[in-house]
Design a protein around this ligand. Structure first.
Ligand code: PLP
Length: 349
């Protein structure tokens, strides 16, 4: 049976070209800074993001955490969104490990934070209050539906922050999806943020790894934090080799994932009882909700669907997420649509 795995783009496996690059990778001890393939990847990533330097890290979570630990001391405050991945899904690392206080603003529909809200959140010089240090953005925005923010918006936050002496970090786990959706080189989105993390292991298909980018001084400090967190990885050029293929070959094709997400959404919304939670998909994610018209319980439905070889994510009561990626082809989208139609029509009879 064909398995169509739409739970996340993290399920992507390396393709043949990546596996060959991994097998042939020149390696060295990266904790000594001597892994040539890691060094090449870090340089490529930095250039692509418009930054001086990059640091290969095991995960996006460690990239975000290392960045915030460099930017903030204990008792400092980060302004972030109430649906931010860093706030919801990184095990509270910034407060557990960094003593960093978070101030959560409502994410807008596109995943942005209102500049006015940010302005009103800056703390005064008052010993009762934490010290505002950092603003963290997320682009594309996962829990806002895979939505994206424009370079103009990001630049407006950066200008304001820098005027106030504040720092901007971007969780750009899927920043290349945002670049494709904005139809700009990724640098246009990231050039003014102080630091950015992006994932090689999601739509870009590498087996693991993220790159944190920023200026030389920042990366020098982040390297020490990575060591503190246990993220110094030795002959990790094996993984970086796949990451280089990600940057060279996997970014432009993301547009196909966006087209597939749109196709899937357009068909599903025609099934009575299915609602698109965040409107039309903006990148590679489709979020749907079942009305009471569809009698399946949340888990029943995913179980029935998985018997047909189709796997989707549960994100709430009668709410599901589907993420398109490299290994999802036209026929997989058709199979998924047919699976939904089959199960829901059967129930209606
Ligand atoms: C996946 C993700 C991360 C973290 O990535 P991991 O590599 O799984 O640690 C961070 N931010 C966002 C928005 C993500 O989707």
């Amino acid at each position: 049976m064909t398995i169509v795995d739409l739970r996340s783009d993290t399920v992507t496996q390396p393709n043949q070209e990546m596996r060959e690059a991994m097998m042939n990778a020149a390696v060295g001890d990266d904790v000594y800074g001597e892994d040539p393939t890691v060094n090449e990847l870090q340089d490529m990533a930095a250039k692509t993001m418009g930054k001086e330097a990059g640091l290969f890290v095991p995960s996006g979570t460690m990239g975000n955490l290392a960045a915030m630990l460099v930017h903030c001391q204990r008792g400092d405050e980060v302004i972030l969104g109430n649906k931010a991945h860093t706030f919801l899904f990184e095990a509270g690392g910034i407060s557990a490990l960094g003593g960093i206080h978070s101030l959560q603003l409502s994410n807008q529909a596109d995943g942005s934070l209102l500049l006015d809200d940010i302005k009103h959140s800056i703390r005064g010089d008052d010993p009762h209050e934490p010290i505002t240090k950092l603003i963290a953005l997320e682009n594309t925005h996962n829990r806002c539906g895979g939505t994206y923010q424009t370079p103009e918006y990001v630049n407006s936050v950066c200008s304001f922050a820098h005027e106030k002496g504040l720092i901007v970090h971007m969780d750009g786990a899927r920043i290349f999806n945002a670049a494709i959706a904005n139809n700009v080189p990724v640098k246009k989105i990231t050039e003014n943020v102080d630091s950015v993390t992006f994932c090689l292991s999601k739509g870009l298909c590498a087996p693991a790894g993220s790159v944190l980018c920023g200026n030389n001084e920042f990366i020098r400090k982040a390297n020490r934090i990575r060591k503190q967190l246990g993220g110094g990885m030795r002959q990790v050029g094996i993984l970086a080799a796949a990451g280089k293929v990600s940057l060279e070959k996997m970014t432009d094709r993301l547009v196909e994932d966006h087209i597939h997400a749109m196709k899937l959404a357009e068909a599903l919304v025609k099934i009575p009882g299915i609602i698109l939670n965040y409107g039309e998909p903006k990148t590679n994610m489709v979020f749907i909700q079942f009305s009471d018209e569809i009698p399946f319980t949340t888990e029943e439905f995913t179980q029935e669907l998985s018997k047909l070889g189709i796997r989707i994510g549960i994100v709430g009561d009668r709410q599901y997420r589907m993420v398109t990626h490299y290994w999802i082809k036209d026929e997989d989208i058709s199979l998924t649509i047919e699976g939904f139609q089959f199960l829901i029509n059967k129930q209606h009879k």
